[in-house]
Design a protein. Structure first.
Length: 414
């Protein structure tokens, strides 16, 4: 065991969910792309908030409200630091799906009939359906960037698809099926050439790569806290320009002033706050956002370079070990760790993915079988689903060994 292996084995012990048996087997959690496990400090922060600080934010003059507000805004500062930006660009919401819908609704006013939106074949349904539905509503044109045989975006085709009618390019930083890490800077440059906006689905990318939104030069970047060791029910929307977005919801907390003249709606006078507050109406998910702050603080205390180094070590080890399975194992994604993260989708023994995932569960191994909310991509690949093993720094090489041996035993069952 290397020094790096030992370091992250100790970190694994800080995730209480992992220290249990499933079906009389030690749990091997290979489903972090769906949702990550949480370190004890995140769980503790939720308990502490509800037992010591529980109060609403931004609208109270008493001590508890002020403390809650401080913790809430501290989460915004930490999130901004994670993305290489400042807090006035960070909007909290209910999840990445909500963030994409916020952008779609908030940008309706920029589109005219016949304008174009470009997506890719590898998109999660959340970054696909919202644009298809918007296109139906506003009579827009949706174009799709295909993938190559090397499981990467066809950047040459992307250049051909972009025209002066292109208003938005929406795409994933990293595929939740293929593990491919896309060239965000290149696509941003292409978009800028026609004054188009860019939205990046960062749900997987934020976990496996260092993100600097200014360096990437994207207009919007969205992700969910629960994939980055935080609680569920929290999403982050980075907006280079928050003022371009029309609010999706209206209510408390976003108003600078409102008045009615002669009780007439037509004569109402409303002025909204600037920045994130204008897009965060109502009582937010305070406890879980504070819990996400605890997750970010936890990550800050780990050397990011160590995480990246170990992430790549695990990935290389996984790709080397699956070779033992021969032609029974079919990987969909790059066979090296160049421009890819630790999301590995595959077919095994030509059996239905859900069957293999169910058998793996008998060995205490949690994977995901199905379309992974990316059915068009699987259609392109010519398969009715895949099994996905997704790893992060609380996984070990010993778990990979056990995973391989379990697949060998499954073969013996058929």
């Amino acid at each position: 065991m290397t020094q790096l292996d030992h370091y992250f084995l100790q970190k694994r012990n800080e995730f209480p969910m992992l220290n249990q048996e499933i079906r009389n087997q030690q749990l091997v959690y290979f489903d972090s792309a769906a949702t990550s496990q949480k370190p004890q400090c995140v769980i503790d922060s939720l308990v502490e908030y509800y037992t010591k600080t529980n109060s609403n934010v931004h609208r109270g003059d008493h001590y508890l409200s002020q403390k809650s507000t401080d913790y809430y805004e501290e989460a915004r500062v930490r999130t901004a630091k994670l993305l290489g930006t400042t807090s006035e660009h960070i909007i909290f919401n209910g999840g990445a799906t909500m963030g994409m819908n916020q952008v779609a609704y908030g940008l309706k006013h920029i589109f005219e009939e016949g304008d174009e939106i470009i997506i890719t074949e590898m998109e999660h349904h959340s970054n696909m359906l919202v644009w298809l539905e918007l296109a139906k509503e506003l009579n827009l044109i949706v174009k799709v960037i295909p993938i190559t045989e090397e499981f990467e975006l066809d950047y040459k085709k992307a250049e051909e698809l972009i025209t002066n009618k292109t208003k938005l390019i929406a795409y994933s930083h990293m595929s939740n099926v293929l593990g491919t890490i896309n060239d965000v800077k290149h696509i941003s440059k292409l978009a800028k050439s026609v004054n188009a906006l860019t939205l990046v689905d960062g749900c997987q990318g934020i976990v496996h790569t260092k993100v600097d939104v200014h360096e990437l030069d994207c207009d919007f970047y969205v992700f969910s806290a629960h994939k980055l060791y935080g609680p569920t029910g929290v999403g982050v929307l980075y907006a280079k320009n928050t003022e371009i977005l029309k609010p999706m919801f209206y209510g408390g907390g976003q108003i600078q002033a409102v008045s009615l003249d002669d009780d007439s709606q037509e004569n109402s006078n409303i002025s909204y706050l600037n920045g994130p507050a204008r897009l965060e109406s109502g009582t937010p998910n305070i406890a879980d956002i504070i819990g996400f702050s605890a997750a970010l603080k936890y990550l800050e205390e780990i050397d990011q370079k160590k995480i990246e180094q170990y992430d790549h070590e695990l990935g290389r080890y996984f790709l080397e070990k699956v070779k033992e399975l021969g032609d029974d194992f079919k990987l969909y994604g790059k066979s090296t760790m160049e421009n890819r993260g630790n999301v590995f989708s595959f077919r095994y023994l030509d059996k239905h993915p859900s069957d293999i995932a169910t058998f793996l569960d008998q060995f205490g191994i949690a994977t995901r079988g199905g379309f992974h909310c990316a059915e068009p991509l699987h259609n392109k690949l010519g398969i009715n689903g895949s099994i996905r093993a997704s790893l992060c720094f609380y996984n070990t090489k010993e778990e990979i060994n056990y995973f391989i041996e379990s697949l060998k035993k499954i073969k013996e069952m058929f």
